[in-house]
Design a protein around this ligand. Structure first.
Ligand code: SF4
Length: 235
C-alpha cells in the first residue's frame, strides 16, 4: 500500500472537476428516500432506481408508515424497475421492521454511528456499502462508503490496497484521510468530507474515469496518474 498521492489532493481535483454537477444524495436528501434508494440501487444503475422511486412517490409510498401498509405484491410491482424486485421488496420490509423495532426511522437513525451500522448490518439484505450510505447520507453521521468506483479510481492512480476487500479499502482511506486532515487542518467535518468524497468519486467514474474508455485528456489528475500510459500499470 502507498499514498504517494495525497487523498486530499485527489479530493480537491475531483471537487474542481465535478462540484458543479448535481448528485442525488448531496448535499441533502430525505432520509427515508436515501434508505430506500440505498437498498434499491444494489446491483443496478441509479436511473433504474429513479424510476422505482418515482413510482413509489406517485403511490404516496415514500414514507415508512405508508410503505409498511402496502400489500406486498403492490410493493413488488412499484419497485420492479430497480430489478430483482422480489428480493428488494423483501429487503425494504426487513428495513421497515428494523425501524419499527427501534421506535421509528428517526430514532433508528439517531443512535451513534457504530451502533446504527451494527444494527443495519444485522438486517437481512443490508451489506456494508448500503449500511455506510444510510449512516452517512440518511443519518448524517461519519461513514465512508466504498464501491467499485472507489477501487477503480485509486487503482488507476496507482494507490490503495491490491485487494477488493471492502473493509481493507475503507480502513486504508480512513487512515490516510484522518492523518492528512489533521496535518493540513482540513476544515470540513469528517461526515461532510466522507459524504462529498464518495459523491465526487461516483461522479468522476461516471463522467470521466469510465470503465472501458476513460476520458483522460479531460482529467485534472492526468499528470499524476499512471493509467493513461497503459492500463497494465494497475487495475
Ligand atoms: S487520468 Fe484517466 S485513468 Fe487517471 S484518474 Fe483521470 S480519467 Fe481516470
Amino acid at each position: 500500500m502507498s499514498a504517494a498521492l495525497p487523498l486530499l489532493e485527489v479530493y480537491a481535483a475531483l471537487d474542481r472537476m465535478h462540484a458543479w454537477r448535481g448528485w442525488h444524495w448531496w448535499p441533502d436528501a430525505d432520509p427515508f428516500e436515501v434508505c430506500v434508494g440505498a437498498i434499491l440501487v444494489q446491483n443496478t444503475m441509479w436511473t433504474n432506481v429513479e424510476r422505482a422511486l418515482d413510482r413509489l412517490r406517485q403511490a404516496n409510498a415514500l414514507d415508512p408508515a405508508a410503505m409498511s401498509a402496502l400489500p406486498h405484491a403492490e410493493l413488488e410491482e412499484l419497485v420492479r424497475p430497480s430489478g430483482q424486485y422480489r428480493q428488494k421488496a423483501k429487503k425494504l420490509r426487513a428495513f421497515l421492521d428494523l425501524a419499527e423495532t427501534h421506535g421509528g426511522l428517526e430514532r433508528l437513525l439517531g443512535v451513534e454511528s457504530p451502533l446504527l451500522r451494527e444494527r443495519l448490518l444485522a438486517t437481512w439484505g443490508i451489506g456494508r456499502e448500503t449500511a455506510d450510505c444510510i449512516v452517512c447520507y440518511a443519518a448524517h453521521q461519519p461513514a465512508l462508503a466504498i464501491d467499485a468506483y472507489t477501487m477503480r479510481l485509486f487503482s488507476r492512480l496507482g494507490i490503495g490496497p491490491q485487494s477488493v476487500a471492502y473493509d481493507e479499502w475503507q480502513s486504508w482511506m480512513l487512515e490516510h484521510l484522518d492523518r492528512e486532515r489533521l496535518q493540513a487542518g482540513h476544515p470540513e467535518p469528517p461526515r461532510d468530507l466522507f459524504a462529498r468524497y464518495h459523491a465526487l468519486i461516483v461522479m468522476h467514474c461516471k463522467h470521466l474515469c469510465q470503465k472501458r474508455a476513460p476520458l483522460c485528456a479531460d482529467c485534472e489528475l492526468r499528470a499524476r496518474c499512471p493509467f493513461p500510459a497503459g492500463p497494465q500499470a494497475r487495475g
